[in-house]
Design a protein around this ligand. Structure first.
Ligand SMILES: *[C@@H]1O[C@H](CO)[C@@H](O)[C@H](O)[C@H]1NC(C)=O
Ligand SMILES: *[C@@H]1O[C@H](CO)[C@@H](O)[C@H](O)[C@H]1NC(C)=O
Ligand SMILES: *[C@@H]1O[C@H](CO)[C@@H](O)[C@H](O)[C@H]1NC(C)=O
Ligand SMILES: *[C@@H]1O[C@H](CO)[C@@H](O)[C@H](O)[C@H]1NC(C)=O
Length: 333
């Protein structure tokens, strides 16, 4: 018995000495397709993937085993998307993949919205979601004034990502081009806040989209490659707009349809312009139409009630905050 133990111990020692590797110092290379050196980082650091050809030891603790293709999600948008994430507070972590506030955050619909649902309930991998969306957001606050001056526009949100440290792929947020998804759901407030203005609405839509996609180009410049776009939903059917009468409703519907057509061609052009970029366009508008045409089949009271359990529409004083409980079912898989 004791000789067997001795033998096993000797064997274990043999194995461990055969596989022992030199410890790579902090910031030394520890991986890469053409790399054959040690992959063991010195204590207090871990091997962080940088590109197919380079991984480096960086100070800190290795992130959890993420699995799956997507591990970081950077959503931008308005109250349909926000979970009121504070970018300078607790970052997403294994205990709360939204970082702060406690999951599912504060949402326009109350409870888990599509961001929370897809991050932690419908997810096929561990996803750390840095949700830059802000309630009431427009694309450019100088073009369409938000309901409050403190609202962060899409421009502000993207700048917050670009200048707040996350864009540099710090050790705390080891996102890569391959494992990160960028998403944008914006336009509700831009269109509802401008559809009845004089002037060519199509020209205005192009002005908005020029700025929208200039921002997307900035995300590509720092490594963004996976982009999900959501088009403008049927906010022409909100109780607020319906109360303005059939003419207003039809006018807003036509402005939304035109914007969405232009958005679809921008998405196609954005993909063509950027080799290696993958895009998805989720047609929220059609899904809203489907549900609002037969709300009871989807478990809602009707198409027009708002603010109570079972209602399709949420309640607040601004159009932006008219959320759908349905939106949580949107999937990014
Ligand atoms: C965000 O978090 C920081 C740090 O905890 C805090 O100082 C700041 O007031 C927070 N901002 C908001 C809007 O709550
Ligand atoms: C989904 O996310 C939760 C919360 O981060 C995580 O605990 C769970 O492991 C994830 N599911 C999969 C299949 O990775
Ligand atoms: C926002 O709109 C204003 C007014 O048209 C314009 O001057 C400004 O350049 C726009 N900002 C960006 C970043 O496009
Ligand atoms: C694609 O590139 C062309 C030519 O530079 C430009 O006119 C167009 O606006 C770009 N498309 C997008 C969506 O950025």
């Amino acid at each position: 018995m004791s000789s067997l133990l001795t033998l096993l111990t000797a064997f274990a020692l043999l194995v461990s000495s055969a596989t022992a590797q030199a410890q790579v110092p902090v910031f030394g290379q520890c991986g890469g397709l053409t790399y054959s050196g040690s992959t063991v980082c010195v204590a207090g650091s871990f091997c962080q993937f940088d590109s197919d050809f380079f991984s480096q030891c960086v100070p800190g603790t290795a992130p959890p085993p993420f699995g799956g293709p997507i591990n970081f999600w950077f959503p931008f948008g308005d109250s349909y998307t926000t979970t009121t994430f504070n970018t300078t507070s607790v970052l997403p972590n294994i205990n709360n993949p939204l970082g702060n506030p406690p999951f599912p955050g504060f949402t326009g619909g109350g409870g888990e919205n599509y961001v929370g649902f897809d991050t932690a309930t419908f997810n096929a991998s561990v996803i750390f979601t840095y949700n830059y969306a802000f309630g009431g957001a427009t694309i450019n606050a100088s073009l369409v004034t938000p309901f409050e001056p403190t609202v962060l526009s899409l421009i502000d949100q993207v700048n917050e990502f670009l200048t707040g440290g996350v864009a540099e792929k710090p050790a705390a947020t080891p996102w890569t081009s391959a494992n990160a998804l960028f998403s944008v759901w914006i336009g509700v407030n831009d269109l509802a806040g401008s559809f009845s203005e004089p002037g060519d609405r199509g020209v205005f839509a192009d002005t908005l989209l020029d700025e929208y996609f200039a921002l997307m180009q900035k995300l590509v410049a720092v490594g963004g490659r996976n982009f999900l776009f959501l088009n403008v939903p049927r906010v022409d059917l909100t109780p607020l707009i319906l109360a303005e009468g059939a003419t207003a409703q039809a006018q807003l519907k036509s402005v939304i349809d035109d914007f969405n057509t232009r958005l679809a061609s921008r998405v196609a052009s954005f993909k063509t312009n950027n080799t290696g970029v993958t895009t998805w366009l989720w047609d929220s508008n059609s899904v809203f139409t489907t549900i609002l045409s037969a709300p009871t089949q989807f478990g809602f009271v009707d198409a027009v009630s708002f603010g109570n359990t079972g209602d399709f529409w949420g309640i607040t004083s601004t159009l932006d905050r008219r959320h759908t409980r349905y939106s949580r079912r949107i999937s990014v898989r």
